[in-house]
Design a protein around this ligand. Structure first.
Ligand code: HPA
Length: 254
């Protein structure tokens, strides 16, 4: 089998099901790839999947690395470096986040229009990697044409999509009520514990990015609400079919 994917997808929360739609697939376990970080969580052995989706050659990352797990930023973003070496031009990402915009409801999909980086370590800290400039421009971290295309798809398919700024934090605690309020005041519409490092390295590597976040809980309003991982999973599972539909169609039209 030969494959020459130009498109990669990180199968984050809300997208796991898409893995089963990849045909003619070949999987490489992370543990068999030199220098690749290996998941510390049992039962979460990750792999890179190469195959076809919507008639396109695709590379998919099943299982991602979070900073809160103890990986450093070079490890968290190593897969993006690999994508660049393999010639990937467009990256699709998904995640789960807490909504702080009062128009959001649990289960909503938020197309990420921009982000705020609150991670304590920067993925480009250190000697510059020659894939991009020392001081990379970030004025369009999330590709405007891809956002337009997603809006068209959502309209055609009658899927409610919101737009918003994703605030990336280290976790693993969910936010206190005061923190949700603060991130809202600072310009975030949603807050989550992933994506920002990968997007920064993708942009530094000249890879275009499209991202969607599932709003799995709400914070920052007058009544503080308790959040649990189980609730986050449940809301993400509910939103999964719609998230999958948008991403499948985006890839098909990429
Ligand atoms: N905060 C941070 N990360 C999250 C949240 C949240 O409320 N929900 C899902 N991931």
């Amino acid at each position: 089998m030969t494959t020459n994917p130009k498109t990669a997808i990180i199968l984050g929360t809300g997208l796991g099901q898409l893995a089963s739609e990849i045909t003619d697939s070949y999987e490489f376990s992370y543990k068999d790839i030199p220098n690749f970080p290996v998941s510390t969580v049992e039962g979460h052995a990750g792999c890179l999947i190469f195959g076809k989706l919507g008639g396109k050659d695709i590379m998919a990352m099943k299982g991602r690395f979070h900073y809160y797990e103890g990986y450093n930023m070079q490890e968290v973003t190593f897969p993006i470096r690999v994508m660049h070496e393999l010639g990937i031009e467009t990256l699709f990402v998904s995640n789960a986040s807490g909504g702080m915009n009062s128009e959001f409801k649990i289960g909503d999909l938020m197309i990420i229009t921009d982000h705020i980086n609150f991670f304590p370590e920067h993925p480009l800290h250190g000697p510059n990697f020659p894939t991009g400039p020392r001081f990379p421009d970030m004025h369009e971290a999330y590709d405007h044409k891809l956002i337009e295309k997603a809006d068209e798809i959502a309209k055609e398919k009658n899927i409610r999509v919101m737009h918003g700024v994703y605030t990336g934090v280290q976790g693993p605690t969910f936010e206190t009520p005061a923190e949700y309020k603060m991130y809202r005041i600072l310009g975030g519409d949603a807050v989550g514990m992933s994506t920002v490092p990968e997007v920064i390295v993708a942009r530094h590597s000249g890879i275009k990015v499209f991202g969607v976040s599932v709003i799995t809980d709400l914070g920052g309003f007058d009544v503080p609400v308790e959040v649990s991982h189980e609730e986050v999973q449940e809301a993400a599972n509910m939103a999964q079919p719609l998230m999958t539909e948008i991403m499948r169609e985006m890839i098909k039209r990429a």
